[in-house]
Design a binder for this molecule. Sequence first.
Ligand code: NDP
Length: 571
Amino acid sequence: MAAHERQPQEYYDAIKARFAEERDLRLAYRPEGTAQFVSDLDGDLARIADDPYATEIVERDPIDDEVEVLIIGGGFSALLTSARLREFGVESIRIVERGADVGGTWYWNRYPGVACDVPAYDYLPLLDELDYVPTHRYAGGQEIWDHCRAIARKYDLYDLAVFQTTVTSTVWDEATGRWHIGTDRGDRMRAKFVICANGTLSKPKLSRIAGMETFAGHAFHTSRWDFAYTGTNLEKLGDKVVGIIGTGATAVQAIPHLGAQAKELVVFQRTPSTIDFKEDWPTDPNWARRLQPGWQSKRRERVLRAIEPSEDTKARWAAMTPEEKLRDQEQANIDRLMRIHRRIEETVHDPATAESLKPWYMIMCKRPCFHNEYLPTFNRPNVHLVDTRGRGVTEIRPEGPVFEDRVYPLDLLIYATGFEVQKTGIWNRIVGRDGLDLDGKYADGIRTVFGIHTAGFPNLFIMGGYQASFQFNLTDLLAVQGDHIAACIDHVRRSGRDVIDASADAEQWWVDEVISNRGKTRFSEDCTPGYYNFEGEFQRRQDGNYNGGFRNYNAHLISARDRFDRLFELA
Ligand code: NDP
């Protein structure tokens, strides 16, 4: 809607008042913020994080050896960085991965409907290098996972890789200038360089719900889908009552499939997602045939330029005061949300269900979702929405979840409750110089340079963690981080040095840079709680992402290559 078609300001103020009401309700229910979740699971719940996909646990002897570069995690972070390291001639690269193959997110998330809603021509990296064109505008999970494996094959990453292995300790040895890596397989590996590529959202978490461990039916987390129970195409659910807790991006993709196959589906909603149109189509073979070598990098440059506001928008904003500009952005956001509300009203037949499915927060407070079958699924007679109105499921009995004194008996309960967010060193204790523990160092706030280096942890690189830029297309971020890390390692090798560590000054500069780019507006504070704003703990100023924009972030990384000696201590 153009600015001149906007509603009077009172209209927007009334909607913003409803946003605040919905946010306050949720904050009052859960003042504990991120502590409402648990990911270190024990007892019966520990199996929630086990791998249901591997057909067998491959037995092997513990490894006692040394490699040049050891990468913890085998997802896109590892694959992208390895590709660049190979170009620099690095031969000794080992991926250590908890799953039974590479792929990371795409190894673990195989739930029905899994797909990425960033266009595949942008999201799938290294398309030029692999001479591959995705089959659809939006790729499904299987295609993306196949692409991951193709990258690993092309860059010979399988030879040294170790799967079904969780790194449990990463300890720096000053005397030898090597990292010592311990695993749950009793390995004693050593490496000159370590890259923490353990993913932005990889460790499944559960909401702390009273009685969760007493549930007598079958249960699993969406990232550990039990196809043996459901059947490959969910065909075994025809006589089952299924419940799903959570309505985030994962649940939005899985629910249409569950609704179509289960005898009954009960959806426990705490906060609805924003559901916009998804315009997907098969790749046009004529277009694909005409693509010239290097097409993806050229396309990426164009896409990144397009993120910048247009000249018209810039001119319009230049003529406004900061308050007017903010109001303009808020009004546009609310207009888009009201369009999403209208789509719900037009699609969902039962008015009470439609009302419940309406989100009341600015778009981008939570991960926006795109789907065309999610909303119609609630018209199915076997699909029931339990709208907990911000409260959530707080109790589970042996028969099933309870809400407002009603028990919902289930055969299968699926947790779509998300993941630990951008945490470095999951399952793994990282100890740097002088016995400094990374979690201990971060206790008073994260301290890094570019979110990649942290002083006292020489030759250690972090990918996908906080203090790096946010980018909706995550592989863009991972690509520039991988380029930077490969350039650092190449610099150390070529300059005849052994060690690169962040200087204290550089670290302070970057922490200040992160803080100065945060909190410019109240956007995050005004948002309903979610993982984007630390579940409402928005005062954690330096613990979030660098908000200076992806292009600036990348410019910082590129310019660092001309001043390695100023930013880093090289020895
Ligand atoms: P999220 O963390 O986004 O969602 C968790 C859901 O669980 C929320 O709806 C949350 O409600 C709900 N919840 C938590 N506790 C309870 C409770 N006690 N009772 C009821 N509901 C509860 O996890 P997802 O796995 O859905 O998504 C994680 C991320 O993965 C996404 O944000 C996205 O970045 C990525 N992703 C991307 C996809 C894509 O490309 N399309 C697809 C899937 C995932 P509340 O909102 O109130 O906190």
